[in-house]
Design a protein around this ligand. Structure first.
Ligand code: NAD
Length: 245
């Protein structure tokens, strides 16, 4: 349930949105934590790692193929669609950057354009030998192989791996000038996005969270809306638009 927004929202021109797995939950894509977080008794934290892949690439790829199939069947929901409307509006009057931890590609399918996928994409593969990266929507064999003969891995950021520094620079530059940073459907168990929200706050942005429950972002946020993203975000945007007019 959205409470009336402060008048300050009318002035906002520069917007950064950080999304997590929770925004895609209503599209039928399970989050890592919470219900549906287990697969064949493995935790995501035990499969999404470089060492798990070295030990058993077949097992890790089977898990990714299962997840790719779920993503393929999924459609963007009302929360994704709302972010498309927000991008159209704010790119005209200021700026809009969508920073997603999601690998499912639903933001792009919904129609957002200015997206940074800080954890990569489940639709891309990278060769463990020559490093070549490309989109691969369908796989003939699992694990897939590069033309150089090397085994390919999902082009996603695994637990224990480092972020791309150029990507982070882009995000930090946007956060520095942001008037507001919305955080939607993320537990904050991955610490970097929480640090980014904290930096945004320090630079003067208002931090607004939408989540089903309290998260690691809740202490950073000026406001938290505890509701499903698919209903809370369209409501929030409707209230915001009323202030703009
Ligand atoms: P997470 O699984 O740790 O947390 C999900 C959060 O979403 C929780 O805080 C939960 O309360 C909230 N949530 C669940 N349903 C919601 C709803 N309908 N509306 C609003 N909030 C809802 O996810 P995370 O914080 O994104 O971090 C985990 C990692 O998981 C990321 O690195 C990401 O790459 C990966 N991941 C991605 C996908 C995807 O691409 N869809 C799915 C699972 C995991």
């Amino acid at each position: 349930m959205i409470v009336p927004l402060p008048e300050r929202f009318a002035e906002f021109r520069h917007v950064v949105v950080i999304t997590g797995a929770g925004i895609s939950a209503e599209s039928g894509i399970p989050t890592f934590r919470g219900e549906g977080g287990l697969w064949r008794n493995y935790r995501a934290e035990d499969l999404a790692t470089p060492s798990a892949f070295r030990k058993d690439p077949q097992l890790v790829w089977e898990w990714y193929e299962m997840r790719r199939e779920i993503c393929r069947q999924a459609e963007p929901n009302a929360a994704h669609q709302t972010l498309v409307e927000m991008e159209r509006h704010f790119r005209e009057i200021g700026s809009f950057l969508l920073v997603t931890q999601n690998v499912d590609g639903l933001h792009r399918r919904a129609g957002n354009e200015n997206i940074v996928e800080i954890h990569g994409s489940i639709w891309r593969v990278r060769c463990t030998e020559c490093g070549r990266e490309c989109e691969r929507l369908h796989l003939d064999t699992v694990p897939p192989h590069c033309s150089c003969g090397g085994v390919e891995r999902p082009a996603v950021l695994w637990f224990g791996e480092s972020y791309d520094s150029i990507v982070l620079e882009t995000v930090r530059a946007a956060l520095e000038k942001a008037d507001v940073c919305l955080v939607i459907g993320s537990s904050g168990q991955v610490s970097l996005p929480v640090a980014l929200a904290r930096e945004a706050r320090r630079s003067g942005a208002m931090v607004v969270e939408v989540n089903l429950e309290r998260s690691e972002f809740s202490d950073v946020a000026d406001f938290s809306f505890f509701d499903k993203a698919g209903s809370a975000l369209p409501e929030l945007w409707a209230s915001w638009r009323k202030l703009i007019r």
